[in-house]
Design a protein around this ligand. Structure first.
Ligand SMILES: [Zn+2]
Length: 94
């Protein structure tokens, strides 16, 4: 069973009226890290990986920033919560 990851199609096309889109805000394409690496499962034991999604405050990085797709964000959340519950990761400080 392999559900096709559909992370790349986050609807965010605000082309507006002008046909010519300036390459103004083109940073690196936000592609879900897990989709990119074809990770279907977010390993909650992989603290290093998870920490990449937890800024100092200990909160989970919102996906508009991390670029993680909904599917993986969800898995990531679960993973982080799990990791927290066994003290692999800190709970939100502050
Ligand atoms: Zn993804």
């Amino acid at each position: 069973m392999s559900p096709a990851p559909r992370g790349r199609s986050t609807a965010s096309s605000r082309d507006g009226k002008t046909g010519t889109r300036k390459k103004f805000f083109v940073r690196r394409r936000k592609v879900c890290k897990f989709c990119a690496e074809k990770l279907e499962y977010v390993d909650w034991k992989d603290v290093k990986l998870l920490q990449g999604f937890i800024p100092e405050r200990g909160k989970i990085l919102p996906r508009r920033i991390s670029g993680t797709c909904a599917l993986h964000q969800r898995k990531l959340q679960t993973a982080i919560k799990r990791a927290r519950s066994i003290a692999l990761l800190p709970y939100a400080t502050d």
